[in-house]
Design a protein around this ligand. Structure first.
Ligand code: ADP
Ligand code: MG
Length: 685
């Protein structure tokens, strides 16, 4: 049970003044569902603005406050943004640009002919000065505008900076007094603020020590929870599985295993032979050949008469796995079944029966395979296909039913650096498929100067004329989704002139129906060119798409470029990736592009990515992307995680049951960061 003192933090956001049903949705989009989340919604940055007399004084990129009088409202035709033309006191014109529903705000706040004080960042768009989504529009200049330093929060449609700032202030007033969980000597040495002060300071201004402490808290909570899972696992008993090879020998694979596959298989066999349940992660890029490795393990289980289950994240993936495994396992005579939430009636009954009487050796499915109504005769191995998700530990708990704990193998296709592996999976044992099966066509990767854009467009035209498809990823302006979308819209408009209906556009602010429709047109081959912001990172598989263009490639992280490039090269045709580079290329940018040309090894790129980011050129700390953390940045993870990990280990050694006074505080920390499952392990023991 969560300690009562934390209750004020875990009530729903609508406990805060001014939050009604309408506001819950945009807050929800940001992951802000409870007061705790709001308190931890740390500023993305702080802005310092300058008040100016007129636009002549402004430079592009600067944050200003200026008096403007709207002269005209321009509704969009089609999908463009809503624009308000406004004049300063010497007659300069500036466009105030609003996307999506924000246009309603614009209509209300900016009546034609009435002077307003506008605060925002000056940009240039086709010879015109513009401010995209001004931070403030008020009738008279007041101190909200001239406050030197103001936090800037991530927003979603329907929220404004002042609204979010107000909610954060309320949330901070509700922070309870909590005991210190950081080890006293370390706390003193680091000169960190206490928890409550740290949270308040982090919202007020750039405060390194405060941010650091909050990140450390999160890392400590995570390490500790994962260690509790591990400790619990060591106490459990599984069934040692020592196969005789009879089934594995019957496989008729059309290839031989790579060195990395063979090594992983023998590591898994070694674990399965033990009484302590296996807790192993199989890491390998898409196409590295994880399936056959998993099958080998499952056949070991079948050889001793036990059962194995493979858990997939989605129904579609479950079906794919099922087909593959059934085909591969056919020569062995092993029974493979599929069980998803969709199976009903007789079909389901017969599968349930087969699992119970042991006639089914291997079952593939979604979480349905672990429902209470599903009983196994002798489930000895669970394979979890993680894809890009987190929550391994929770799934392990799911699997930990029954008197004999099954062995667990988790598979992930996201190559992540070793530090992050530790963060995500704790002390799980790791097998890495760091070698691709032979015969893969490497993706021809070239770096092209942005000035050659029209040559690139010609190349795309030839490519499409040849019957193939292409992706075009738009420039990343800065860490600002709205501006990225503006850039994508502009590129779409210009390419549409040339390619007409062959082009579709997808970005993060499109309504899901429109996005799905566009994706569908592309996947079915009706549309030949997909223009996108980075949203295509997830869930697209179009083998006929063999060309990838990435604008301002130097601004993306390596891991992200690797993911994007991985969208092509999926069919038998040779694929090409064109990385367009801008003219102001930094040393880091240059290095990134060189690495992309040099290697397709996801692990190497992941390590280099972390190294280069650690070097300071951080495109937004929130892009820690594939980590289970909300507070800690990549840089902080790299630097602080080893320390947090050691600290957690010492605490576990001294007080593994978390019953002492620091142990009690540490429990509080686990609940605060929702690592409740860590605490539950203590009872399981
Ligand atoms: P992953 O699940 O790691 O993305 P898969 O297991 O789906 O990769 O394997 C990708 C493809 O590679 C499959 O078509 C598989 O048959 C093939 N494959 C796997 N191992 C080898 C190997 N050692 N040699 C050649 N092809 C292989
Ligand atoms: Mg796979």
């Amino acid at each position: 049970m969560r300690p009562e003192v934390l209750n004020p933090l875990f009530v729903e956001v609508d406990a805060l003044d001014g939050v009604g049903p309408k506001m819950k949705k945009p807050l929800d989009k940001l992951g802000l569902t409870r007061v705790r989340d709001v308190a931890y919604h740390l500023p993305e940055r702080f802005v310092t603005r300058r008040a100016i007399e007129n636009l002549d004084e402004a430079s592009v990129g600067e944050h200003v406050v200026v008096a403007l009088t709207p002269t005209e409202h321009k509704s969009p035709y089609g999908r463009g943004p809503y624009r308000v033309l406004a004049q300063d006191n010497v007659g300069n014109i500036c466009t105030l640009t609003y996307f999506g529903r924000a246009s309603y705000t614009a209509k209300k706040l900016l009546p034609v002919g009435e002077k307003r004080w506008v605060a925002g960042r000056i940009d240039q768009y086709e010879q015109m000065l513009q401010i995209v989504h001004p931070d403030h529009v008020v009738e008279a200049s007041d101190d909200t505008l001239t406050r030197l330093c103001e936090p800037v929060y991530a927003l979603s449609e329907g929220l404004t900076q002042p609204r979010v700032t107000g909610l954060v202030e309320q949330a901070l007033e509700r922070l309870p007094e909590l005991p210190e969980w950081i080890e006293p000597r370390q706390f003193d040495a680091e000169k960190w603020p206490a928890w409550q002060d740290a949270l308040k300071l982090a919202h007020k201004g750039e405060h390194e020590a405060a941010r650091e402490r909050l990140a450390y808290d999160e890392l400590l909570a995570n390490s500790l929870a994962l260690m509790l899972v591990r400790a619990d696992n060591r106490k459990r008993k599984g069934k040692p599985l020592q196969g005789n090879g009879a089934l594995r020998d019957k496989l008729q694979l059309p290839y031989s295993l790579t060195g990395a596959q063979a090594r992983s298989v023998s590591e898994i066999e070694g674990d399965l032979a033990q009484e302590t349940p296996m807790l192993r992660l199989l890491q390998g890029d898409v196409g590295a050949g994880k399936t056959v490795v998993a099958l080998m393990g499952m056949l070991v289980a079948a050889e001793v008469g036990s059962q194995a289950a493979l858990l997939a994240p989605t129904e579609i993936l479950a079906r794919q796995h099922y087909e593959t495994l059934r085909t591969m396992a056919a020569p062995t005579g092993v029974q493979v079944a599929l069980l998803t939430g969709r199976d009903k009636g007789k079909a389901r009954e017969s599968i349930l029966m087969g699992l119970l009487d042991g006639s089914i050796d291997i079952v593939v499915g979604t979480h349905a395979i672990f429902q209470d109504s599903v009983s196994y005769k002798d489930l000895a191995l669970v394979v979890i296909d993680e894809q890009h998700r987190f929550g391994v530990a929770q799934r392990l708990m799911l699997a930990n039913k029954g008197k004999n704990t099954p062995h667990t193998l988790a598979m992930t296709a996201t190559p992540i650096p070793r530090t992050l592996t530790l963060a995500q999976y704790g002390e799980m044992d790791v097998s890495r498929l760091d070698e691709m099966p032979p015969g893969r066509q490497p993706i021809d990767t070239r770096v092209v100067a942005q000035e050659r854009l029209s040559d690139v467009a010609d190349g795309v035209a030839r490519h499409i004329a040849g019957g193939q498809q292409a992706y075009w990823v738009c420039p990343m302006v800065r860490e600002n989704e709205i501006e990225d979308i503006a850039a994508a819209e502009a590129r779409y408009a210009s390419l549409k002139e040339r390619f007409g209906d062959d082009v579709v556009l997808v970005h993060g602010q499109l309504k899901p129906e429109l996005k799905d429709a566009a994706m569908e047109r592309f996947a079915s081959g009706q549309a030949r060119l997909l223009i996108a912001t980075t949203v295509i990172e997830v869930g697209v598989d179009v083998p006929a798409a063999t060309l990838m263009v990435i604008e301002q490639a130097e601004r993306f992280g390596l891991a992200q470029l690797h993911q994007l490039r991985g969208r092509v090269g999926r069919g038998s045709e040779k694929s090409v990736c064109l990385l367009l580079r801008g003219s102001a290329l930094s040393e880091t940018g240059r290095e990134r592009l060189a690495l992309m040309r040099e290697t397709q090894d996801g692990f190497r790129l992941a390590e280099e990515d972390l190294r280069l980011r650690g070097g300071g050129e951080l495109l937004g700390t929130r892009q820690s992307g594939d980590t289970p953390f909300r507070v800690a940045s990549l840089e902080q993870i790299t630097r602080l995680l080893p320390k947090a990990h050691d600290d957690a280990r010492v605490l576990m050694e001294r007080d593994g049951g978390l019953t002492g006074s620091r142990g009690e505080a540490a429990r509080m920390l686990l609940y605060l960061f929702e690592r409740d499952w860590g605490v539950q392990m203590l009872r399981g023991g």
